[in-house]
Design a protein around this ligand. Structure first.
Ligand SMILES: O=C(CO)[C@H](O)[C@H](O)COP(=O)(O)O
Ligand SMILES: [Co+2]
Length: 213
């Protein structure tokens, strides 16, 4: 299992040290939550913060867009050179076009599904994707409770992925901790995002290790 700590739960007054600490503690990706105050009822950070974060991080960035105008935000964050940019299917009318745009920057495209969205909706996009991110909370805030129906959804998605594009990874985001990591692993999940679990612990290395099963 790969682990992507979400910096939403980091101490923003000490951000550079927090990023260094999770990278030194053995994380695989640095998950960056971008919220516009429209698609979700919260706002986070723009490239003014994410560019210096990218410079300090020794691990690749995984940018999760929770916005209405995806095209604008892809252009805005592409110079940060993340490994992945993921966008929500619920806010995008032209997903194939946006996938091509993300790829044109040399960035891996991913699609995010809210807890209520069905994996079958994106079956015909799977061959063009490097990753699908399943939300296991309603997006907008860290520290929420894990929604268990994501486990069955991950299994359904895994079947579609095996049929359409076995190279596509599955990531799960929201309420992940050492109690639910095993069922996620058994459901075929490749990457977990963990914000409050990692940054709320006294020992980042131990917390990350407990998820790398
Ligand atoms: O996308 C997100 C919220 O919309 C965050 O990545 C997610 O909530 C991580 O935080 P936690 O592990 O505390 O749930
Ligand atoms: Co996220």
């Amino acid at each position: 299992m790969l682990v992507a700590p979400s910096i939403l739960s980091a101490d923003f007054g000490n951000l550079a040290n927090e990023i260094k600490a999770i990278c030194d503690a053995g994380c695989d990706l640095v998950h960056v939550d971008v919220m516009d105050g429209h698609f979700v009822p919260n706002m986070t950070i723009g490239p003014v913060v994410v560019e210096p974060v990218a410079k300090v991080a020794s691990k690749p960035l995984d940018i999760h867009l929770m916005v209405e105008n995806n095209t604008f935000f892809v252009d805005l964050f592409a110079p940060c050179k993340p490994l992945y940019i993921s966008f929500h299917i619920e806010s995008e009318k032209h997903p194939h076009r946006l996938i091509q745009k993300i790829r044109s920057y040399g960035i891996k495209p991913a699609i995010v599904l809210n807890p209520h969205s069905r994996p079958q909706e994106i079956e015909y996009l799977l061959e063009d994707l490097d990753m699908v991110l399943l939300m296991s909370v309603n997006p907008g805030f860290g520290g929420q409770k894990f929604i268990p129906s994501v486990v069955e959804k991950a299994k359904e998605l895994k079947e579609l992925i095996n049929k359409r594009n076995p190279n596509c990874l599955i990531e799960v985001d929201g309420g992940v901790n050492d109690k639910n990591i095993e069922i996620l692993k058994n459901a075929g999940v490749d990457i977990v995002v963990a914000g409050s679990y990692v940054f709320g612990s006294d020992d980042y290395e131990k917390a990350i290790k407990s998820l790398k099963i």
